[in-house]
Design a protein around this ligand. Structure first.
Ligand code: ADP
Length: 637
């Protein structure tokens, strides 16, 4: 039982004991009242019996004096009446007389014993009240005297008995009160033992616990202070580390910047002479060379392009690694892309006497949206490899629609060959940079081991994943799926049927083109190309010259090199755009940047200073043609 219940029970017991004690005290007071009345009345009865006998004597002695006799008789009568009433009252314990309860057996017996004396006293006294002076009163008086004595004796015994019984009652009530008192005391002791002591004990215990937890808290506080200090120290260390890291980061960033700059410079330095080499080769090929010369020029072009591809691969890889590669989103002719790949590589497959099959889905729409250059790059790499590593049989480039949504198509591309295959253990490795399946590969087939690594990363950027199935000696299949946008409308229309040299830019009243470059070779190549399409052109050797010529003449379009002495291309364009007059604004005077630098920052800067487009050196006549058509047509249309 819990303390609360014990407490309730004990408090109830105490209340009960107090109530009982109160009741008993009240009862004992009322009993004592009755007893004192009884004793009083008994004493009164004794007195009445004595008065009756005295009055009887007076009646006897005054019988001759009538007047006195009557008075005494009357008084005697009253005494007798009183005597009778008290007697009856004692018998019945009349409540009107302040008596209650019942006489004990002993009292009842004694009252019975006294009855004859009472009756004798009453009858003789009553008789005396009715006698006249002639009657003999002596016997009555004698009778009264005789009985009065006996009555008194009995009455004394009754009074004694009453007294004795009253004393006994008081004694038993006292006993009960003592018992109650003792019980109350015991209950109180129990309360102390069962309630207060445990309460005090638990209080002491709680106090101890509180003291203990206070101590613990203090300890924790100390620990906290210590760990705070530790954290502070760690923070300082972290700050120091951070600083070190920041410095290291700065160093790394500086290294990355110098790496990027190095790549940009290298690319620029190599591309600029390559532009000349390829440009001159292109021009020579157009100038009716002999068969042997054509063959040699072909080899020269092939080697130059190969070298350019290798440089491009290295640059691309650097760009992908540094997260700087940006994908284009433009509408392009996918059928043309696939055909161009075949056109570009079919002579290689022909040389090796293997079939090159283009297996294109008949439902494939002509125009779609995406990055045609990167798709082209991936497919050329895969098909190039397939042809390279196949001795006999065929190479198939498959393009299929495998899913369609409101705005895009899911296309599946696969390049399958019947070549040497790739051993299982090398199938993952070949996607790592600079890795080839076999050490002898380089000796036999050439290559840098970068193509697949770049293709894999490009595909990841485009949301695709390259898969490979291959069996040694039987062939390989490289495949991937790409989500490409549906073209809103067929916007590209080109006169692709004519050879590039024979095409013309059919616009009336077309003004001159300004070609700006510090490299004489590049200037003459550019001039030659422009002449193909009957476009007149002026040349400027730096930004300053260009600026002056723009002010003096009117031009349709400017082809602007970027790195030049005196004034570079960026500054020149900024100055031109600041000139007063609507004709110098970008919508009226398109300026195309010519640069050998392929890094993204250059492209951003080109746009920022107000140039309209970008042509990467070395450019092909086709590329120059397309960019001129794009900007001139859009203005004159
Ligand atoms: P590269 O061709 O310049 O060496 P790649 O990254 O394109 O570099 O290819 C890596 C290697 O994967 C190749 O050297 C060759 O060992 C292997 N490989 C790629 N394509 C094929 C193929 N179709 N058949 C057999 N081996 C291939």
């Amino acid at each position: 039982m819990n303390t609360k219940n014990k407490y309730i029970i004990l408090v109830c017991s105490i209340i009960l004991l107090l109530v009982v004690t109160q009741v008993i005290i009240q009862y004992s007071i009322s009993v004592q009242k009755h007893d004192s009345h009884l004793i009083n009345l008994s004493g009164q009865q004794r007195m009445l019996s004595q008065n009756i006998s005295k009055k009887a004597l007076l009646v006897f002695h005054q019988k001759d004096n009538f007047a006195h006799l009557q008075t005494h008789q009357k008084e005697l009568n009253q005494l007798a009446q009183q005597f009778k009433e008290v007697h009856l009252g004692l018998l019945t314990r009349d409540s009107n007389l302040g008596l209650g309860g019942e006489n004990s057996i002993v009292i009842k017996q004694k009252l019975e014993d006294i009855e004859p004396y009472f009756t004798a006293l009453l009858e003789n006294a009553t008789a005396l009240t009715n006698v006249s002076k002639k009657d003999n009163l002596q016997p009555f008086v004698d009778e009264i005297m005789k009985n009065e004595h006996l009555f008194l004796v009995q009455m004394n015994a009754i009074v004694n008995q009453y007294d004795k019984e009253a004393t006994q009652r008081v004694a038993s009530l006292q006993r009960i009160e003592i018992i109650l008192g003792v019980t109350t005391f015991i209950v109180l002791i129990l309360e102390i033992l069962l309630i207060f002591m445990p309460l005090i004990k638990s209080l002491v215990q709680r106090t101890k616990e509180v003291e203990q937890s206070n101590l613990n808290l203090q300890k924790r506080n100390e620990e906290l202070t210590l760990s705070k200090q530790k954290i502070k120290q760690q923070n300082t260390e972290i700050l120091e580390k951070n600083e070190e890291l920041f410095l290291a980061k700065q160093t790394a960033e500086a290294a990355a910047i110098s790496k990027a700059n190095f790549l940009s410079n290298m690319s620029h330095e190599i591309r600029t002479p390559m532009n000349g080499v390829l440009g001159i080769t292109n021009i020579l090929m157009e100038e009716n060379p002999t068969e042997t010369q054509r063959k040699h020029l072909g080899l020269l072009k092939y080697s130059a392009e190969n070298l350019l591809n290798i440089i491009n691969d290295i640059l691309d890889y650097g760009k992908i690694e540094s997260g700087k590669l940006r994908l284009e989103k433009e509408t392009f002719d996918i059928h043309q892309t696939l055909n161009n790949i075949k056109e570009l590589l079919v002579h290689k497959s022909d040389e090796k006497n293997i079939d090159f099959v283009l297996d294109t889905d008949l439902d494939l729409p002509r125009f779609i949206q995406g990055d045609p250059y990167r798709l082209n790059q991936i497919l050329i790499n895969l098909v190039g490899n397939a042809i390279k590593f196949t001795k006999k049989g065929s190479v198939t480039l498959t393009t299929k629609i495998i899913g369609e949504q409101a705005d895009d198509l899911l296309l599946f591309f696969a390049v399958k060959d019947t070549g040497i295959g790739i051993p299982k253990d090398k199938q993952k490795l070949i996607f790592e940079n600079f890795t080839q399946a076999n050490d002898s590969t380089n000796r036999v087939y050439g290559g840098t081991g970068l193509g697949l690594a770049i293709s894999k990363k490009l595909l990841e950027l485009m949301g695709g994943k390259i898969e490979l199935q291959s069996e040694l000696g039987k062939g390989s299949k490289f495949s991937f799926a790409l989500r490409l946008g549906k073209a809103k409308q067929a916007t590209i229309q080109k006169d692709t049927l004519l050879p590039i040299k024979e095409r013309t830019l059919h616009y009336k009243g077309i003004k001159k083109i300004l070609l700006v470059d510090d490299n004489m070779l590049n200037l003459s190549v550019g001039q030659r190309f422009l002449n193909y399409w009957d476009l007149e052109c002026d040349i400027a050797k730096n930004g300053q010259e260009a600026l002056e010529m723009v002010i003096q003449n009117e031009y349709e379009l400017i082809l602007m090199d970027l790195q030049m002495p005196v004034m570079d291309g960026f500054t020149a364009v900024q100055e031109i755009r600041l000139l007063e007059g609507a004709k110098y604004k970008s919508e009226n005077l398109p300026i195309i940047a010519l640069t050998a630098s392929a890094v993204a920052e250059v492209r951003d800067r080109v746009a920022k200073v107000g140039m309209n487009d970008f042509l990467l050196k070395p450019y092909k006549p086709q590329e120059l043609y397309e960019i001129l058509e794009k900007h001139i047509a859009s203005r004159l249309a």
